[in-house]
Design a protein around this ligand. Structure first.
Ligand SMILES: C[S@@+](CC[C@H](N)C(=O)[O-])C[C@H]1O[C@@H](n2cnc3c(N)ncnc32)[C@H](O)[C@@H]1O
Length: 163
């Protein structure tokens, strides 16, 4: 089996109010009132055409402050180690982050966003529109997360963030 190196150039940078990883909500679901912007570099700005009609976007980005990768990690929501691929931990072999954020408006090459769970200055790799036609799955199994009650999820998910 061959091992291939992959290089990506960022298409932009994410700005947010989050400067401390441990105080940043762990998902957009727990990041109500967390505003941010995706600033797209001018050479990619033409690709933003037609994005305005979508209310939600996938942001794909590089966890540039993640630390070394681990195959077993402690999820933020509980105190039992899990395989990293069964979690959203930043400490992954490939430090790729994925957040579904709300697109409030676009101003030229700047996307104004809500529900941002991403540190300020994070390099942005890609944007894709979230769409109900492709992405909305009605019936799911949610692994170890099915055992976590909503109150615990909210408390741990917001990580003390109070706006
Ligand atoms: C559990 S991860 C989930 C991120 C994303 N929604 C996902 O599922 O890939 C969220 C945490 O990643 C950390 N984080 C955010 N941006 C980061 C960055 N640029 N480098 C390292 N860690 C980051 C913050 O501590 C935040 O609470």
């Amino acid at each position: 089996m061959s091992k291939t190196e992959i290089f990506y150039n960022p298409i932009g940078v994410i700005h947010s109010e989050h400067i401390a990883a441990e105080k940043t909500p762990i998902q957009p679901a727990y990041a109500k009132d967390c505003k941010g912007q995706a600033e797209i570099f001018p050479e990619f700005a033409a690709g933003l055409q037609d994005l305005d009609g979508f209310s939600h976007l996938y942001l794909i980005y590089h966890f540039d402050r993640a630390g070394s990768a681990k195959l077993m990690v402690m999820p933020f929501m509980e105190n039992i180690e899990r395989g990293v691929f069964a979690t959203r931990s930043p400490r992954r072999p490939n430090a790729v982050g994925l957040s579904i954020v709300e697109l409030v408006r676009r101003e030229g090459n700047v996307l104004h966003l809500e529900r941002v769970d991403i540190l300020d200055g994070t390099p942005l790799i890609d944007i894709k529109p979230y769409t109900v036609k492709f992405d909305c799955i009605e019936k799911t199994r949610n692994g170890w997360q099915d055992n976590i009650d909503e109150q615990t999820a909210q408390r741990r998910g917001r990580r003390g963030y109070d706006g």
